[in-house]
Ligand binder design. Structure first.
Ligand code: HEM
Length: 125
């Protein structure tokens, strides 16, 4: 557990896992997201868990399993509209709340994820 990371501050893997559980529960129910996600979200959740762990400054699990994230490229086959960006962030916002992530970490995380989400937009309207 590296000191000074968001990962450490929020409570390590246990906190990340709570965020992931809640995030995919909401994604799986969101009418704007259902059409582009697979029916079975288990593998999606597994990869996102690896990614967020390293995004927050924890062990670089995603890199070990999947190599360079190249997130924009990996999202190109899905139509990510501004609407879907908002929907994804809505799910994430609920997940951070339900996982009881406290301030100032919660806002710091949400800000960084908002920037990343905006960057994923590849389809207008
Ligand atoms: C994969 C949608 C934003 C991280 C995916 C997939 C979809 C998707 C449909 C493919 C299915 C899957 O593997 O789960 C979206 C939408 C977003 C969004 C609509 C709204 C902007 C983000 C953001 C991040 C992210 C902000 C990072 C913080 C990932 C990762 C994968 C993934 C790590 C798996 C990539 C792989 O290794 O194959 N996303 N995503 N996504 N997304 Fe997103």
């Amino acid at each position: 557990l590296k000191p000074g990371t968001i990962y450490e501050a929020i409570g390590g893997q246990e906190a990340v896992d709570k965020i992931i559980d809640s995030l995919y529960k909401h994604i799986g129910k969101h009418p704007k997201l259902i059409p582009i996600f697979p029916d079975d979200l288990e593998e999606s959740a597994r990869k996102q868990r690896l990614f967020l762990t390293q995004f927050f400054g924890g062990p670089n699990l995603y890199f070990q399993d999947r190599g360079h994230p190249m997130l924009k490229r990996r999202h190109m086959e899905f139509e990510i509209t501004p609407d879907r960006k908002d929907a994804w962030l809505e799910c994430m916002n609920k997940a951070l709340e339900e996982a009881n992530i406290e301030e100032p970490y919660r806002s710091a995380i949400f800000e960084r994820l908002t920037m990343t989400a905006v960057h994923m937009i590849n389809t207008e309207a």
